[in-house]
Design a protein around this ligand. Sequence first.
Ligand code: GLA
Ligand code: ZN
Length: 693
Amino acid sequence: MSIKFPPISGKLPVFMHGADYNPDQWQHRPDVLEEDIRLMKLANCNVMAVGIFAWAALEPEEGRFEFGWLDDVLDRFADNGIYAWLATPTGARPTWMSEKYPEVLRVSANRVRNLHGMRHNHCYTSPVYREKTTIMNAKLAERYANHPAVVGWHISNEYGGECHCGYCQDAFREWLRLKYGTLEALNHAWWTSFWAHTYTSWSQVESPSPHGENMVHGQNLDWRRFVSDQTIDFLRHEIMPLRAFNLELPTTANLMDLFDGIDYRKLADAIDVISWDAYPTWHNESDDSKTAAWFSFNHDLFRSLKRKPFMLMESTPSLTNWQPVSKLKRPGMHRLSSLQAVAHGSDTVQYFQWRKSRGSSEKFHGAVVDHVGHEHTRVFRDVAELGETLAGLTEVLGTPANARVGIVFDWDNRWAVRDAQGPRNMGIGYENTVVQHYRAFWSLGISCDIIGSEDDFGQYDLIVAPMLYLLREETGQRLERWVEAGGTLVSTYWSGIVDENDLCHLGGFPGPLRKTLGIWAEEIEGLPAHDRNGLVYEAGNTLGFSGTHEVHEICELIHSEGAEVLAVYADDFYAGRPALTVNELGAGRAFYLAARVMDDAFYQEMYEGITALAGVSPSIDTVLPHGVTLQTRTDGEFDYVFVLNFSGSPQQVRLDGAGYTDMEDGAIVAEPAIELPLHGVRILKRTARGVKK
Ligand code: GLA
Ligand code: ZN
């Protein structure tokens, strides 16, 4: 039985390949627009994201709309087999609008209103901005929702930021009123009795400010949630008029790697397909594996938001122009990093941008077509070749991943843990910690989903939840039941500390997980940069490991309450006390790592042991060279195993038997091992090894 998802658009049931396209910048050069079509075909591009910042071209003055140029572009596309993600232009507003309606401009946390300029500089609450958006989006939908070239809606651009204007203050108070009902409930949840911060009327409540309130953790957390909800509300507001003319057309919004400002898990419900913008800085370190793992983590996160294929909406065909230093992609890297996205579940490879703009702040940002204007460039050839490769992979389209490991990564938790004012305020390192755990799986070639603590755990054999500082009582109970039923849980220091209101759990940490983990965390300390401790494996421990690993930054002092002590601290007054434990509970077990271990090798070894216990294995039963990883997509009948080499040198990977076909040349892989050139990637097909329901 096939478990494939349908293509993102039935109009284009192949891998989408293309770029952001800004014909609005070239209206005075019809010859350039004509030439673009020829070049798009040559580059094996079949899709463009059009009109992302085109408001001034679409509505040059209030109420006067100009669609002729866009008609021409889309008609030409339709005639030439090129498709469009049509954008709503709300990522930047025209100057006349800021001039006539200053309320559309954002107010900063210091309560000063911004001037016109930049992009993404508008208030998501402003009634005028919402009204103008509705008018514009309705006109676009009326005209183009059924255009043959249009495959979907690209809603705005990289939503983010916050506004502290009067409208936003009122909306925040309304949001709080709905959430808490009474001021009494709000005061309790925010623990405002501290420092006499008790609110006695709703009108006293404001957004946090550097020169005002910023110490009430519950208030800060609710503000973050409000900003996120309000942005998502604006997104829904944008989509409403689009739906009126064609219910079928999918919507997407381009997201950003580990973006902090919006709870993407909530945003995911508002759109049909997830897309995101990936800009790795390749070749900055001796090997690219850390960079690659960071981006793999993000690909997995974006796939997991809807547990279905996503889109790589932007990536650069060569370099960016906004990173501290911009290196060119070495030969092979364009193919490798593009196929990395596909390996993790992307059904598109798209770029920013099609053609370099001639002026302004992105004129040196990489593009498929450079200022020279022709196709005889290295970058153009790379793009065209990738288009050919993608065309040969159509059977992979729509196939899901088959991860049996879930790594928990929560926005609520990010916001709360960073605001904690606890043992380490010079960087609590939540994101880096989660990714360090993830890197172990990346190195072992084991696929992971990146999930939220409120998601269903049922489909996983192993759940890793590092630093789950904000832990709801209910999540603790669900994890306990899931472990009892046979799951393997890995938790770490600084978990189960506060509830959803940022109020500490009383009665001993890690709060709702204390019984599951079989430990009590009594104290925690932060270590200054130069301080070290050690984690020493106990003789005869269940994992069978030995040796000492360096520990830094955070050490928690825990007591076993029934858990087996696998390793202890090496130094200081707490030498000999537990640093790594495992607790058997029902048919499952729960590990607890009390300290932050420095080296990746520790995590890799630990997870090799833990995955073996949990019955989770890599896609190919082999030992991978450093910097090489595996990612697998499957339709239930065939597995597509991507072998990706980020090591910075040629590598060999031993296979675990026969039955592999190379997807690109169709040849049966005869050798016991495959060769991977520098920055190489091979895509292997085999009979599926079983999908877990
Ligand atoms: C973002 C934006 C694009 C462009 C690129 C440049 O992803 O969405 O409009 O500015 O960055 O890398
Ligand atoms: Zn506002």
